[in-house]
Design a protein around this ligand. Structure first.
Ligand SMILES: [Zn+2]
Length: 284
């Protein structure tokens, strides 16, 4: 059932757990997530990374939003739709017009006051249009640059409180030792900082850069206030591996249209991984 992300985060709050938001670049990935959510009866979020539209051209905005809603409505479990990191008012409002009911405005590379004013303008318009907004304070950097060790990038509780109060965001992405991409060494989330942020703000908290954080740390973080957990790098890597396996196995397949079996094959490879992630990490 298609469900708004803010409602899925409310269910997560009631159960003291987090919903996983999976970066899906195309129909195969999105359908795999929806089928895994159905099979495990676990609410989940299908999330678009805007560059998959602007750079990789794996989909377009309105097609993606309609696709996710139709897939979600084919199952009973709640499935949400979210636009990941976007940076400008115009592109976010455009995505809302094309069917996105939850978006991220990432102003975290700016100073606090600029971040607040940019995010606030998006929130005001998005709320008029009935859309929820995730903001970010502190900065979730790049794992390749070891940004997860840079404590000056961590979210400060008092700044988080001011940011939420003044911008009016519906959820907040935090930096507590997490980073995007592949970690060089095992990351260590700062749970004390997470508790301080949780105590300072009312809105649900979001953890980005989920690929490679040990499960025990994730489960602890979920029990301490993380309500949405973004998973991209690891899932995309699984897709790549499945694609390689299919190519290898079909090298001598003489069927000129062998490509048509590819989506079912990929889904059969991805879905067990997704189900395992949902069963291991989520407590709905
Ligand atoms: Zn992110």
């Amino acid at each position: 059932m298609f469900e708004r992300v803010e409602n899925i985060l409310k269910i997560a709050e009631e159960k003291n757990t987090a919903a996983i938001a999976f970066i899906c670049m195309d129909f195969v990935m999105a359908r795999s997530v929806v089928c895994a959510a159905h099979a495990t009866n676990t609410p989940a979020i299908v999330m678009l990374y805007p560059e998959h539209v602007s750079l990789q051209h794996t989909c377009n905005l309105s097609g993606y939003a309609a696709m996710v809603k139709e897939l979600a409505n084919s199952v009973k479990v709640p499935v949400g739709l979210h636009l990941d990191h976007d940076y400008t008012y115009d592109s976010i409002i455009d995505a809302i017009g094309k069917g996105f009911t939850s978006v991220m405005m990432d102003g975290s590379m700016h100073d606090l006051d600029t971040n607040i004013s940019l995010t606030k303008a998006v929130v005001r318009k998005a709320h008029e249009l009935g859309t929820a907004v995730e903001g970010e304070i502190g900065h979730v950097g790049s794992a390749a640059d070891a940004d997860n060790y840079k404590e000056d990038l961590f979210t400060k509780p008092e700044a988080a409180e001011k940011f939420c109060r003044e911008s009016g965001v519906d959820s907040l992405a935090v930096s507590i030792g997490n980073a995007h991409g592949e970690y060089k060494e095992t990351p260590h989330l700062n749970m004390e900082r997470l508790e301080e942020i949780k105590a300072a703000v009312e809105v649900p908290l979001v953890l980005h850069g989920g690929s490679g954080i040990p499960d025990d740390q994730l489960i602890t973080a979920f029990s301490k206030g993380i309500r949405k957990f973004n998973l991209g790098t690891e899932f995309l890597g699984r897709y790549y591996d499945a694609m390689g396996k299919y190519m290898e196995e079909n090298r001598n397949n003489s069927n000129p249209v062998k490509i048509i079996d590819y989506p079912e094959y990929i889904q059969a490879e991805l879905q067990p991984y997704l189900e395992e992630r949902m069963k291991t990490l989520c407590r709905f």
